[in-house]
Design a protein around this ligand. Structure first.
Ligand code: FEO
Ligand code: CA
Ligand code: CA
Ligand code: CA
Length: 666
């Protein structure tokens, strides 16, 4: 099978941007409608919120610093803003170093082969850093801020950038396109080994981070790692396959987008666009047909089914029910079996950021990244025990999954997805909690959840007690789904919602919400952006995606999908004020090379290092003036980060530190 691709990035456009109208068929009110109503009412929540709701995980030192940096209506960020733009390199604000820490193919173990892109093998790739780094987490070792485990998701692969000799440029209807040869089985195997995650020990020596190749906890997780299925859906008939008649063991994890680190120090990986890996057809009238349609399965972007029956629906019709979960990895034991935690539901999971609530239960915030899909949270039944790690290891197997309904009066209700409650009954096709979780989206549809503009990362902030929801964009939202108060019928640039849970309690089933920021160029009135007037021409952004809260309680937003047509700037990392008069002021701190998306970000507990992940660099670039050609292995728009003629472009994690030391942006 020959695939052809136009100038838009291969697989990025197919999967990451989730082209198409979404798969949600219900008529629930859209977020746009609600935002419209919301903007038309009086009496917004106060934007300036004192540090009232304080989570158990925030240290007194962090609070003192937060108060200091938030004083007197000033921006909480102190750095000289970077200029927006595009070129072949990354750039960071003056006075900072941005050093490459880990590149695709870097050896992770003493026995790892050195990277040779012309002779890459699956065996080598399984011992090297994977492709398209997305989520980055830092787990301190021995409580140190300069020594720990870096955990990194490898979301997907770009064969036209990875493999030599597979691309030709063809002209079709007057337009140049990339045409790819079918991948060999060995190349598919390399792709599978380049997926998943990396756990690697790192240490800061003399101010510079180094990879510890001898680290005893170093590990690769791939699309071939054996994983246990746990929680209420484990053992369901709908999870049983010929290779696993128990419905409790699955080979591999894929499309690990954002993620999280739990309060007990495990690594969670969110399985997002798993539909792309499946091909083939279900038998006529198959009972999973409606379920798979709602998830866009099969999407068929990958050629794995040609070599592995488990990705072929005609041969293994239940296999797709075994993907789309949150995976938890015990990083303290490199031989441990990772677990797909079904209690957190099955959808296109973007991330899984968590916080300890006042009563000790743990709350995970979850986005389902598709147009018109939902925001969720999961509240554990059990309480976090800070003194007994082992006691926390199965907290993710029992609890309540909720979906968000945002109302026009500024309230949000968290609706429980519990079998037997409301419409989630046998009459509606849910015979058990397993069914509710396997078809989380359909269950949420029945509860009347609010259709959102592609929920990406959802981040609780323990310092101010709020939760930040990145809604990246939704160009398919029609005029009749918005009104004058939300003038972007096509939400090209996305927005950010801030939630304040009732009583500052993250387990609450009700809260208040408001729009922190509508993104896009604030100098164009029709765009309707709402950055503060202190935001400069470099400081605004579109398409919020991953985000982080640093240890002094400040919000940092990474973007995905900017470019010459949309914003005239590459993706990057922006510092966004949330408090006081500076609220909704944004400043550019770091930007990626041409063709890339900004992932990570993650700060060390001392706020002295920001790790950022440069994903799919060199994927595209032809639409930027001065690049002017399609980008592929032999003719790349950038050879970042090595800039060697014999090296392809390499997705990499970058460590940002202040020259001379100190906290970032303070
Ligand atoms: Fe993989 Fe929704 O970003
Ligand atoms: Ca994302
Ligand atoms: Ca995050
Ligand atoms: Ca995205």
């Amino acid at each position: 099978m020959i695939k052809d691709h136009d100038s838009s990035p291969f697989r990025t456009s197919l999967l990451e941007e989730n082209e198409g109208p979404g798969t949600n068929p219900t008529a629930n009110p859209t977020m746009g409608e609600i935002i419209s109503r919301r903007f038309s009412r009086r009496g917004f929540l106060q934007g300036s919120l004192a540090v009232t709701a304080i989570a158990a995980t925030v240290s007194p030192i962090a609070l003192l610093t937060a108060e200091k940096v938030h004083a007197e209506g000033q921006s909480a960020f102190n750095f000289e803003e970077l200029e927006a733009g595009v070129d072949e390199r990354h750039h960071v604000a003056e006075g900072y170093d941005a050093d490459i820490l880990l590149r695709w193919g870097d050896p992770l173990f003493p026995d790892s082969p050195e990277f040779d892109p012309t002779r890459q093998t699956a065996a080598a790739q399984a011992r090297q850093f994977g492709y398209n780094n997305d989520y980055v987490g830092f787990i301190p070792l021995d409580g140190a801020a300069d020594h720990g485990l870096l955990v990194v998701n490898h979301e997907y692969t770009n064969p036209h950038l990875m493999f030599p000799g597979i691309v030709s440029v063809v002209e079709k209807e007057g337009k140049k396109k990339l045409e790819l040869k079918p991948l060999t089985k060995e190349q598919v195997d390399v792709e599978m080994a380049a997926h998943g995650g990396t756990i690697v020990e790192i240490r800061k020596d003399a101010g510079k981070w180094q990879v510890v190749r001898e680290g005893k906890l170093n590990r690769r997780i791939t699309a071939n790692t054996e994983i246990e299925i746990t929680g209420p859906a484990a053992g369901s008939d709908r999870l049983k396959t010929s290779a696993d008649p128990t419905g409790t063991k699955v080979v591999g994890t894929v499309n690990n987008c954002a993620g999280g680190v739990t309060p007990w120090g495990t690594y969670v990986m969110a399985e997002e666009n798993m539909n792309g890996y499946f091909s083939g057809e279900l038998a006529a009238g198959h009972k999973e047909a409606a379920n798979y349609k709602r998830m866009g399965i099969p999407e068929g972007a990958y050629e794995w089914a040609a070599h592995y029956d488990r990705f072929d629906l005609s041969k293994e019709p239940n296999e797709p029910n075994r993907f789309g979960w949150v995976v938890e990895v015990d990083v303290d034991d490199p031989t441990s079996t990772p677990k797909k935690r079904t209690a957190l539901g099955r959808f296109k999971h973007e991330g899984a950021e968590s916080i300890v609530a006042k009563d000790g239960r743990v709350v995970f915030y979850l986005g389902d990244d598709e147009r018109f899909d939902y925001v969720y949270k999961f509240v554990t039944s059990g309480k976090f025990n800070p003194n007994d790690r082992a006691a926390n290891m199965d907290l993710l197997d029992s609890g309540t999954l909720y979906v968000a309904k945002f109302d026009a009066d500024g309230s949000v209700a968290w609706l429980p997805l519990v079998h037997g409650q409301g419409a989630l009954t046998a009459e509606n096709g849910f015979a058990s909690q397993a069914d509710v979780l396997i078809e989380t989206r359909r269950a949420a549809d029945l509860l009347g959840a609010t259709k959102m503009d592609r929920p990406e990362d959802v981040q609780p902030n323990g310092t101010n007690g709020k939760v930040y929801v990145m809604l990246t964009n939704n160009t398919k939202r029609k005029l009749d789904q918005v009104d004058a108060a939300n003038p972007r019928e096509e939400n090209v640039f996305g927005h950010i919602i801030e939630i304040a849970e009732d009583g500052g309690d993250f387990t609450a089933t009700k809260g208040k919400w408001e729009v922190l920021l509508k993104c896009g160029d604030p100098s164009i009135a029709e765009v309707g952006a709402s950055f503060s007037t202190a935001t400069t021409a470099n400081g605004w952004f579109g398409m919020p995606d991953n985000c982080a809260i640093d240890s002094v309680g400040r919000l940092w937003v990474a973007t995905d999908g900017q470019g010459p047509k949309a914003t005239g700037r590459t993706d990057g990392l922006w510092a966004v004020d949330t408090e006081g008069e500076a609220r909704a002021t944004s400043k550019l701190f770091f930007r990626v090379p041409v063709g890339a998306e900004m992932c990570g970000p993650q700060f060390t507990p001392d706020a002295e290092t920001a790790f950022v992940a440069v994903q799919h660099p060199g994927d595209g670039g032809d639409d930027w003036e001065g690049f002017g050609r399609l980008s592929y292995y032999e003719d790349l728009s950038t050879r970042w980060p090595d800039f060697r003629d014999d090296m392809p472009v390499r997705p990499s994690v970058v460590a940002i530190t202040k020259q001379g030391g100190g906290k970032i942006g303070v």
